[in-house]
Write a protein that binds this ligand. Structure first.
Ligand code: ATP
Length: 346
């Protein structure tokens, strides 16, 4: 059992704010993903929870107990890094066993715990090998087993898949999801990959420049982004965002006009997802084809509207040439509006 509370934690180095007023309760057994672009403060947040970095302000509580000031080894958390940090001279068995020795767990328990952890990540047949004799995916699984073997109350994972190739990343991602379901341990997972976040998380925290932008389930964040930053970060491709003017419920910009919207007159940013729009004989968007990408299951058509590149997902057999006239239906019902200055959802 472990509930993690971050009470208004901040990290500053001189005048530079790495993380600002992060305030969140992570309930027992939640899989929480910290998501954001490089430098947004994800790793710093994680390192403060692990005890590798002191919070400048705020309290960190694990199961109601304040842990600020406790050494990393005295916190009941296990961390998996993107670099696996395995001991090259030890075989897989000894690598997995190492945390038990450090923690002075009675020797009688070691063998069973190592075997159980290695079975969970399907490494049973590799116990005698050294890290140099393993593939990248197998090494990452040793790192996972080494975290599991401690039976911690909290798992911290910092981009554990980033050193794997695309295919292995997908299968290891599925394995982590399955493992977290089996272990039922509170997990905080850092990534800049929104697909990883959407597929793994119970809840996602989207961060930018040290500031939390939105906290919600993957569906919340996808369906109702709190601001233009989140809208532009989530989804593949990310949401189309077009600057223009709203007047009497009609949004206008070059090559696009959408009626039936609700919001105050003035400059706004209109958003809609490529998969929610459809090619049509005539429609709200009307512009020459800028590019065409065959995706296998669909064709992505890109045009220019209001100075932005705008994508529309068309059926896989859709064909056109660059420069051909193109129109898409973008009804008000699929649109999101954001304040032109603050970026906040209207
Ligand atoms: P990435 O995905 O690239 O790892 P991140 O979101 O994890 O990025 P952090 O490593 O948390 O980002 O860094 C947040 C900000 O704090 C960055 O701008 C970084 O340059 C800055 N930072 C990190 N450590 C220090 C330090 N020791 N001194 C000064 N600034 C730092």
């Amino acid at each position: 059992m472990a509930e993690v509370q971050l009470r208004n934690i901040s990290k500053r180095w001189g005048d530079f704010v790495g993380v600002a007023n992060f305030d969140l309760t992570i309930p027992d057994r939640e899989f929480l993903v910290l998501l954001g672009p490089s430098g947004c403060g994800k790793t710093t947040t994680m390192r403060m929870i692990a005890g590798l970095e002191d919070a400048t302000e705020g309290d960190i509580l694990v199961d109601g107990k304040r842990v600020n000031g406790l050494e990393p080894k005295d916190r009941d958390v296990a961390m998996v890094f993107q670099s696996y940090a395995l001991y090259p001279n030890m075989n897989v068995y000894e690598n997995i066993r190492f945390p038990l020795k450090v923690r002075r767990i009675p020797e009688a328990e070691h063998d069973e715990r190592v075997r159980r952890a290695s079975a969970m990540v399907e490494l049973d047949d590799f116990l005698h090998r050294r890290p140099a004799e393993l593939s990248g995916g197998q090494r990452q699984r040793v790192a996972l087993a080494r975290a599991i073997v401690r039976q911690p109350n909290v798992f911290l994972m910092d981009e554990p898949l980033s050193n794997l190739d695309a295919k292995l990343r997908v299968s290891t991602r599925a394995q982590i999801k399955n493992l977290s379901h089996e272990l039922q341990v509170t997990t905080i997972y850092v990534t800049h990959d929104q697909i990883e976040a959407m597929t793994l998380a119970d809840r996602v925290v989207v961060m930018n420049k040290g500031v939390v932008q939105q906290v919600g389930t993957p569906t919340d964040i996808y369906d109702r982004p709190a601001n233009a930053f989140v809208a532009g970060f989530i989804g593949s491709p990310a949401m189309n965002l077009i600057e223009g003017t709203l007047s009497g419920g009609v949004f206008s910009a070059k090559n696009i006009q959408v009626a039936g919207l609700t919001g105050p007159d003035g400059p706004v940013t209109l958003g809609f997802r490529a998969e929610d729009a459809q090619p049509a004989g005539e429609g709200e968007v009307s512009a020459p084809v800028y590019s065409l990408e065959l995706l296998g299951d669909a064709t992505m058509v890109t045009v220019k509207a209001g100075g932005a590149l705008v994508s529309v997902k068309a059926p896989k057999d859709f064909r056109a040439e660059i420069g051909d006239p193109f129109a898409a239906s973008v009804p008000a019902g699929i649109c999101h509006l954001f304040d032109a200055t603050s970026g906040e959802r209207i």
